[in-house]
Design a protein around this ligand. Structure first.
Ligand SMILES: *[C@@H]1O[C@H](CO)[C@@H](O)[C@H](O)[C@H]1NC(C)=O
Ligand SMILES: *[C@@H]1O[C@H](CO)[C@@H](O)[C@H](O)[C@H]1NC(C)=O
Ligand SMILES: *[C@@H]1O[C@H](CO)[C@@H](O)[C@H](O)[C@H]1NC(C)=O
Ligand SMILES: *[C@@H]1O[C@H](CO)[C@@H](O)[C@H](O)[C@H]1NC(C)=O
Ligand SMILES: *[C@@H]1O[C@H](CO)[C@@H](O)[C@H](O)[C@H]1NC(C)=O
Ligand SMILES: *[C@@H]1O[C@H](CO)[C@@H](O)[C@H](O)[C@H]1NC(C)=O
Ligand SMILES: *[C@@H]1O[C@H](CO)[C@@H](O)[C@H](O)[C@H]1NC(C)=O
Ligand SMILES: *[C@@H]1O[C@H](CO)[C@@H](O)[C@H](O)[C@H]1NC(C)=O
Length: 769
């Protein structure tokens, strides 16, 4: 029973689902339509499910969709301008039940045609070729075949029709004028054909003359003074032509701009280019066109050297030297204006005409091409330059030379400033009125530039960069010139500060960097500040900036025994200069420490040496004293009398001279271990031979105590026998000395000692027995 009911439910569900499945299809598929046109799309579903449309994934307005009957729905699309994707959706499930794409195409547009000659040279004749081109935008990579039809507008019948096929957007008809007259209007239409569609362009109607590109003109150019004359062959009879001439000066220095001369005239075939410069190459070319028709090709370019002008201006100026000792001065005369490229021979002469009344002698000077150096006396002269071209005088110019030392009014207070490679010069005018000023300037000393200014200022152009110039300003009045005033060494611009030289003195954790800027060049910028860049190899770069007055910097916090690099940038307002990179290695230790250690070491060594010397001296002294032979002495009782009188030669022997050396040792040992040394000293039984010197006071105390000292020896040493004593070889002799020195006992501290005193007197007595 349960199983049956489950089956039933499943059956019901399955029937329901089956009922909703409704196969649909959308047609027509893959349409192509002309841009701007409309189309219809049908969605048909077998079971008549409700549907809705989307176009390019957007819902479509209900109005555009129409339900024709139970199974068919139609979507109307108007004015399609771009490709569309149309989809049909089931209204219940929202599933896409069918779809199609609509693609667009356009007509060929902007048709243009040109009638022209295949060969640009040769005689005037009928043009052979007609080339038409157009634009066509299609949104697919479909292969398109174009057919161009050209027909005479007056007689559009088949006899005056021509066709041309192409797969590109241009097509050329040959010999079209055999079937169509040159004076005809023509109609051109382009048909584009693909596998899916075909479209014909709007017709293009044009008069053949308006598309006639005439043959390239043949140009001839001749040079005349101040102008160029261009002539060319007429290319077409009886029709208005316009021509265009372009020309350009060919200058080696720079690219000269092209200039144009336009002319519209019915029959002209010539043109004059006026005001050309003298003796310079120009290129000229021309092109022509029928009225409204396209330009012909440019004619071949003609290059021609212009002639020297009849009014060639010559600029003349002079520089005066100071009057020499012999009353002679040099006048450097110079001029410009005759280009070196001019043809023919040029000669230059200068007439030196005295102006003072009593002089009449006129000197002629024959000169070089641009300058003339003349020596003259202190008088006033006028110099006349005459330029001869092929032996005939071409132009004359004169310049005034004032008398040397003549108190002419001069300009004052010349100021200069540089700006962007130019120099602005200004000055105060002299008190008397002037016509103008001549400014001359030079950067090499003997080659001058000059120009005239009416104002009390001038701007000098075309200067060498960062170069010192000498500038002179000379007033001009009444056709005369005054004396010039010179501004010395004005820089056209300031540069960077110049080479930076760096030196480093490394210590262990610091390094002193010193630097300087080396340059003889006067046009260097003034250093505003220095930046020192330094760092370990492959480490970060640190920097320190100081002002331009600081000549050295101490780098701190460096690591000992490490390689560093350092460079210095000098910064001026006009640019920066950076030194070469320098490497240095910091020291392992502080050099001052090393020096201190060294000094201490030396002092120590000196001390030791001194000490050694002292000891040697002492030893020598001791050795030179006669030493008694205890073997030859006898033992006797110590008499108090003897004791009292305990002074004599031995006393002297025991009292060492007061020397630095003794003192040092005494003090040393006193501080060391008083007790142990004292013990040694007071243990005479350990060395029998020491009997003579068993106990000694310290040298310090001996001075006061020597007489009372218990160890004070007797006077017997003077009677010591021969050196062959067996004791001699023993250390008895040294011991007294040594021990004496080392005994540090202070009298105050001394405890009463129970000791057997032996004096040499005993031995003496014994011996004498
Ligand atoms: C619905 O209309 C279309 C075209 O209008 C027609 O082809 C089709 O047979 C019609 N269907 C029915 C069921 O009438
Ligand atoms: C285009 O022209 C060529 C030859 O003229 C022809 O083979 C081809 O089928 C044409 N294509 C179309 C799309 O008309
Ligand atoms: C154009 O040609 C005419 C006649 O030859 C001439 O008078 C006129 O100056 C020319 N114009 C120019 C701009 O060259
Ligand atoms: C002067 O110019 C002529 C050409 O005009 C040239 O042959 C000659 O060498 C020049 N003389 C000097 C000194 O420059
Ligand atoms: C500028 O004039 C001075 C003095 O007359 C002269 O010594 C110097 O050479 C001149 N310098 C230049 C670059 O002409
Ligand atoms: C020269 O001075 C005049 C008048 O003082 C001024 O108008 C002119 O701009 C100045 N020219 C230059 C180049 O400074
Ligand atoms: C260094 O000098 C330049 C130029 O005067 C200035 O612009 C800059 O601020 C200075 N730098 C420092 C750190 O003073
Ligand atoms: C100097 O170092 C500082 C940081 O330490 C940095 O900000 C600055 O840009 C550096 N200056 C130069 C000129 O490199």
């Amino acid at each position: 029973m349960y199983t049956i009911s489950v089956l039933f439910v499943l059956a019901v569900i399955s029937t329901k689902c089956k009922g909703q499945y409704d196969p649909c299809h959308v047609f027509p598929k893959n349409q192509y339509i002309l841009v701007g046109k409309g189309t219809k799309v049908i969605c048909s579903c077998m079971k008549g499910s409700k549907i809705y449309w989307t176009v390019n994934a957007e819902h479509v307005d209900e109005k555009l969709s129409e339900r024709v009957n139970a199974t068919h729905a139609i979507l109307s699309l108007n004015d399609v301008i771009k490709p569309l994707t149309v989809e049909c959706h089931n209204e219940v499930t929202h599933q896409v039940v069918g779809g199609t794409t609509i693609r667009t195409y356009t007509k060929p547009i902007n048709i243009s045609c040109i009638l022209y000659h295949e060969d640009q040279g040769g005689a005037v004749r009928i043009p052979e070729l007609l080339t038409c081109s157009w634009e066509h935008h299609i949104d697919t990579s479909l292969k398109v075949n174009y057919t161009v039809q050209c027909a005479s507008s007056s007689a559009p019948d088949s006899s005056k029709k021509k066709r041309c096929s192409s797969q590109k957007k241009t097509c050329t008809f040959k010999n079209i004028l055999t079937s169509i007259g040159i004076s005809d209007d023509i109609t051109v239409a382009v048909t584009a054909t693909t596998a899916f569609w075909e479209v014909v362009s709007d017709p293009y109607e044009v008069h053949l003359y308006h598309i006639f590109k005439t043959i390239r003109p043949e140009l001839k150019v001749t040079a005349r003074p101040d102008e160029l004359f261009a002539q060319w062959r007429r290319t077409e009879d009886n029709h208005i032509e316009r021509c265009e001439v372009k020309y350009r000066m060919i200058s080696s220095a720079k690219e000269e701009p092209t200039k144009w001369s336009f002319n519209y005239s019915q029959y002209t075939t010539k043109h004059t280019i006026e005001k050309v410069k003298s003796c310079i190459n120009y290129t000229v070319s021309v092109r022509c066109a029928l009225e409204r028709a396209p330009w012909s090709e440019w004619s071949h370019e003609r290059t021609i050297l212009t002639k020297l002008s009849n009014h060639q201006a010559v600029k003349l100026w002079r520089k005066l030297s100071d009057l020499g000792k012999k009353g002679v001065r040099n006048v450097h005369v110079m001029w410009t204006g005759i280009p070196s490229t001019c043809e023919g021979t040029f000669n230059y002469t200068i007439k030196q005409i005295p102006i003072q009344n009593h002089k009449t002698e006129i000197n002629d000077h024959s000169c070089g091409n641009t300058t003339c150096d003349i020596t003259m006396d202190a008088d006033v002269y006028r110099l006349n330059l005459t330029v001869f071209h092929n032996e005939t005088p071409l132009v004359e110019e004169s310049v005034y030379v004032p008398a040397a030392g003549e108190n002419f009014t001069e300009v004052t207070d010349i100021q200069t400033s540089s700006r962007k490679g130019t120099l602005l010069v200004s000055w105060k005018p002299p008190t008397r009125p002037v016509d103008g000023y001549m400014i001359d300037w030079t950067h090499v000393g003997n080659q001058y530039f000059w120009k005239r200014s009416e104002d009390t200022n001038a701007t000098l152009f075309n200067l060498q960069d960062k170069t010192p110039y000498n500038i002179t300003v000379t007033p001009l009045f009444d056709g005369k010139t005054g004396h010039g005033v010179q501004a010395l060494l004005v820089c056209s611009a300031l540069g960077d500060p110049g080479d930076v030289i760096v030196s480093v003195e490394p210590a262990d954790k610091t390094a002193v960097v010193t630097y300087s800027v080396k340059s003889q060049d006067p046009c260097r910028g003034v250093v505003n500040n220095y930046t020192i860049f330094y760092g370990k190899q492959k480490g970060p770069v640190h920097n320190v900036t100081v002002d331009g007055q600081t000549k050295g910097v101490t780098l701190k916090d460096l690591k000992p025994d490490t390689e560093y690099h350092v460079n210095v940038t000098a910064m001026a307002l006009t640019g920066n200069s950076t030194s070469k990179e320098m490497l240095f290695t910091t020291k392992k230790m502080d050099p001052s420490l090393i020096i201190t250690l060294g000094v201490c070491g030396c002092i120590f060594i000196l001390l030791v040496l001194t000490l050694g010397l002292c000891c040697t001296v002492q030893w020598k002294k001791f050795k030179d004293k006669p030493v008694p032979n205890p073997g030859l002495s006898s033992v006797a009782l110590w008499s108090s009398q003897n004791h009292q009188k305990g002074k004599g030669p031995f006393q002297q022997f025991l009292t060492p001279s007061e020397s630095f050396c003794d003192r040092v040792h005494t003090e040393d040992t006193q501080t060391a271990s008083t007790s142990s040394l004292a013990t040694d000293c007071f243990a005479p039984e350990q060395t029998e031979e020491n009997t003579d010197m068993a106990i000694c006071p310290s040298p310090d105390t001996q001075y006061e105590q020597s007489v009372k000292s218990p160890c004070s020896p007797g006077e017997s040493t003077a009677f010591l026998p021969s050196e062959s004593s067996p004791y001699r070889s023993q250390s008895s002799v040294e011991n007294p000395n040594k021990q004496c020195k080392r005994v540090p006992v202070k009298l105050q501290e001394r405890t009463p000692l129970k000791t057997v005193y032996v004096t040499l007197d005993m031995f003496k007595e014994d011996q004498s027995r």
